[in-house]
Design a protein around this ligand. Sequence first.
Ligand code: FCB
Length: 517
Amino acid sequence: MLACSLAAFAGQAAAQDLPFPPGFQWGTALAGFQTEMGGAPASQDPGSDWWVWTHDPDNIANGWVGGVPEDGPAFYERFARDGAVARNVLGSNAIRISIEWSRIFPGSTAAVDISGGITPSTLQQLDALADAQAVARYRAMLTALRAQGLTPFVTLSHFSLPLWLHDPIAARDALAGTSVGDPNLPPIPGPAGWVDPAITGEFAKYAAYIGWKLGDLVDFWLPLNEPVVNAAKGYLNGYASDAYFPPGAHTLSGAFAVLFNETFAHAAAYDALHQWDTVDADGDGQAARVGVAQNLGAFQPMNPGDVDDWVATFRATYLFNLLFLNGVILGDLDLNADGVISPGEHLASLTGRLDFIGVNYYERLLVRAMPESPLGFAAFTHYGTGQCPTVCSDTGSEIYPQGLAQVLAQVAPYQLPLYITENGLADADDDQRPAFLVQHLQVLQQAIAGGADVRGYFHWSLMDNLEWTMGYGPKFGLCAVDPVSHGLRPRPSAGVYARIARANALPADLVQQFGTR
Ligand code: FCB
């Protein structure tokens, strides 16, 4: 009798849909460089470091890059049609896009003086330097997406920089002789990108200008995408198979310089956006909310029985997940990365510069202590053996939904609203994506039921696109892209996503079919 009623109870529990909070934002995430080009030659943007990087003959010969942006899905032209798919096929009510800084300011803004702050006159000077057609195009894009009922979340620098700020080839060649532990960087004969602190002021100008020009259409801003990944993949090569981001360097001091400059730049952009985006686009009483899309890895010890691997795991979590957030939330800038905030490392100018945390979650990484390596550890995605430990995506990322709960718990103490700004996998035949979606969303739903203040979920990505140095091989899209027309072809998982988004809940039958029991 007891067994009978327990069984009935279990059946009933499984038959319940798992709800998400009212107003939850369901979307997909994209980035300009990865998706915009592929249409008319006039839509190409050769003015970014990533453009030059992906076309450079030496990089191609070395196998450091795998594709060019002009073979992309042409979002710069197709945004209205793709936005309609996001709305009507995927059931989304939000979308994350990025603006290409190099399109807005194809030439330098360095001559614009902001020593007295960013004033209306600064904005007029910037307006004279901006490419009016690019501004108009992004205005048209945002207007079209909003007309579909999609709330835009907008990234200002999704890895790419204008060439006038970063000559990636000059930097690559200058840094080539540097060994990883060298305390000083050699001079770079050209614009040095994120290692040059001057980037902070330029980023503030760009953010202020965009906030002023487009703030009536946007309330959610992400100045930076994955600042730690940007630093690690560009400046600590050898630690990831898909590294060799520009400038393809191998210098620990360079990586930290980038990370700290990104911290200052984020804070400056935060202030600029709050100053100059004064129009409340969605009528909720707040004109601008400024976050960061932070990659959070689920680090775990390679050997749970080895105390050194545990210490290394805490260190990896600190450096990769928390250091940047501590800077822009707490104002704690751990310049020597020793885990202790010493006098001089707490800065009021950084404190409280984050309104929400965007969580990019992809995978578990296993950490092994390695005293001889510059960080004292190495983090492996394939357990260091190249063999998938459980279930892996096409790119070898372990599919590990529980890791989402782990990283959400790590950022809970900051007490900020959270959005999942990226989560997804490369899965060309779409046989893993339905379960990936349902299982990650089960974990998310449970975290929310347990008190996590998560307000949205953006799947990476709406369509297949240029996966940085890996080219077009990895297929991250809920939709494939027709090679001739660039039309989006929804994969079966798009239907799964749409059912969840439309119901604002995980339907019980999907949990039954694909979920973790
Ligand atoms: C993230 C990037 C995004 C995309 C996904 C797969 O690290 O932010 O642009 O490449 O990985």
